[in-house]
Ligand binder design. Structure first.
Ligand code: HEC
Ligand code: HEC
Length: 511
């Protein structure tokens, strides 16, 4: 069975209305409850990806037979009618944005009870009345009875704890009725407000900063044509075309082909701003943080690069929309020359005085503010970001691609108050080392993959057993990730931790 694995596919268009499909396809099992309401279905709210997963389960586990086109129509209808308000997704968007190295702490007992098989976000991105949360807990035990024997369950009575402790918590924290949702339904802007040109700024780990323009034109109701023209700081182009669909009045899901590679856009629109992540469809680890402002609006998005060294001159570019006037970079930083100026970008040559105080300055252009500039005299520490990550073997005759490790080296300074502050991402020299004795003995560095020394990109080894390894084990590994940043002849290093493990066989829209 083929499951379309992303809510981004919706832009290909739905021919039939979702409600019509539900009335035809779902009522065999879900009882109609009056006008356009159905048992179970009408008592939950969730994200487009959440709805996609539920309908996917109806196919795989319940025997629902539905075309991809009809499925898209159902997901669109339900996400619009029973979605989440923007505020209800706050702090949990990492799951939809597929930031799979996110480590998020949840409270006990919820964390051990509910976040050992999937993210806590899968739970927090749903709203239900108590009865529906109860059905969900029952479904878990009924569908996966062995969960009681697994770690973090066999040491306790999982089911009674779920019903007595977790259920009341879920019912009050993630209740179906929420004024924020009612309010969103009445206030949500019309989708055509998104049509126009958007100025964007982005950052791709292992590659750097970029900026450009994304042009959006209408291609049906809640469907758009998208064209992107951008450039990395190193001059390489970032151009492409595609389409996007808007769910719930703000959940932007795009498919844009950049240089022959399909990338997904998972953004939240906020009036004349958009923010989220854009990543390769086949390699969600290869992605960039993206922020955009509609041209004609007034917004300062970013300063690239966001740092300057005391006593030195450097060129920085401000990205935004409606930029006018001379930018201000705070005490001790002077604009030597405006190199280029348009409403979307201002390129200036800056000079930081030799006696400028190290620290973070707020950057302003007229009344616009937001981004900051870090002034530093020396780098105090280097951090590898992400600090902990998971790469995965792949290919080797199999169809699952490798999951790369992609890293940034973040330089940190120490302010006059002794407090550390982030300077920014610096070029670094990268290598991996065994994480512990075991990894050393097993030759993990040799087998697990290759670190690109200049880029901080780690390409894991091939999948499958490796006869050259002890007991023909696979190319898994446990590695330190080391970045060395040069600060005027002085090398500073930072260290992260990467596990290279097997393929992710189960890769649902909400991990
Ligand atoms: C062949 C029977 C069958 C069909 C057809 C079917 N469902 Fe279901 N559905 C079930 C069963 C059984 C459950 C309860 C177990 C579960 O959650 O998987 C369920 C549960 C649900 C739930 C609650 C899930 C949860 O997490 O609590 C939703 C929502 C739902 N179905 C939506 C749909 C939609 C939408 C359709 C039509 C596109 C559909 N179903 C078609 C059998 C079906
Ligand atoms: C044994 C592993 C396991 C544990 C423990 C677990 N889950 Fe799940 N959960 C799953 C799986 C697997 C699915 C996906 C089912 C599907 O849709 O195919 C899922 C799906 C879900 C969904 C989405 C259902 C939908 O269709 O909308 C929610 C919400 C959820 N779990 C909440 C919880 C909560 C709350 C707990 C703790 C009480 C919990 N899970 C504990 C494995 C687990």
């Amino acid at each position: 069975m083929v499951l379309s694995s992303s809510a981004n596919a919706g832009a290909e268009g739905a021919v039939r209305d979702g409600l019509t499909v539900i009335k035809e396809k779902c009522v065999g099992c879900h009882i109609p409850e009056g006008e356009n309401a159905f048992s179970r279905i009408s008592h939950q709210r969730k994200t487009p990806e959440g709805w996609l997963m539920t309908v996917g389960r109806m196919q795989v586990m319940r025997g629902l037979s539905i075309t991809d086109e009809d499925k898209r129509a159902v997901v669109k209808y339900l996400a619009d009618k029973q979605g989440l308000a923007p505020s209800e997704t706050e702090g949990m968007r990492y799951a939809m944005e597929r930031r799979l190295n996110t480590v998020k702490e949840f409270e006990e007992p919820f964390s051990q009870m509910c976040t050992r098989c999937h993210t806590g976000a899968r739970v927090a991105l749903q709203r239900r009345p108590s009865k529906e949360w109860e059905h969900l807990i029952n479904f878990h035990l009924g569908q996966f009875p062995s969960l009681e024997y697994q770690a973090q369950a066999r040491d306790r009575d999982w089911f009674p704890i779920a019903l007595n402790k977790i259920l009341p918590e879920l019912s009050s924290r993630y209740a179906l009725d929420n004024p924020a949702w009612e309010k969103w339904l009445s206030l949500a802007p019309k989708a055509d407000a998104l049509v126009g040109d958007w100025s964007f700024s982005a950052h791709m780990p292992g590659k750097g900063e970029l900026a450009g323009v994304m042009s959006v034109s209408a291609d049906g109701s809640d469907i758009f044509k998208v064209s992107v023209k951008g450039q990395y700081a190193d001059g390489s182009p970032f151009n492409g075309d595609g389409s996007a669909i808007l769910y719930t009045g703000y959940e932007w899901r795009g498919n844009v082909t950049i240089d022959g590679v399909t990338m997904r856009q998972v953004f939240a629109t906020q009036g004349k701003a958009m923010q989220g992540r854009m990543f390769e469809a086949k390699h969600d680890e290869r992605g960039l943080d993206f922020i955009a402002a509609k041209q004609g609006s007034q917004r300062l998005l970013a300063v690239q690069p966001g740092y300057v060294k005391v006593g030195s001159e450097t060129e920085v570019t401000l990205i935004g929309s409606g930029l006018a006037g001379k930018p201000d970079f705070g005490r001790g930083v002077e604009v030597v020359e405006v190199v280029e100026q348009s409403p979307e970008r201002i390129k200036v040559k800056l000079k930081a005085a030799a006696n400028a105080q190290p620290g973070v300055r707020n950057v302003t252009v007229g009344t616009l503010k937001g981004p900051s500039l870090s002034v530093y005299s020396k780098i105090d520490a280097v951090k590898v970001v992400p600090e902990f990550s998971v790469a995965r073997v792949g290919e080797g005759g199999g169809s699952t691609p490798k999951v790369q490790g992609r890293f940034d080296a973040e330089a940190w300074g120490k302010g006059a108050d002794g407090k550390p502050y982030r300077i920014g991402v610096f070029p670094a020299q990268w290598k991996v080392e065994p994480y512990d004795e075991r990894a050393k003995e097993d030759g993990d560095v040799k087998f697990a993959g290759t670190m690109q020394a200049d880029a901080g990109v780690f390409i894991p080894g091939d999948a499958g057993p490796n006869p050259a390894r002890k007991m023909s084990t696979n190319n898994a590994g446990n590695l330190k990730v080391i970045a060395a940043v040069d600060d005027e002849g002085k090398s500073l290093t930072g260290e992260g931790h990467m596990i290279v493990t097997v393929q992710r066989w189960n890769n649902p829209p909400i991990p």
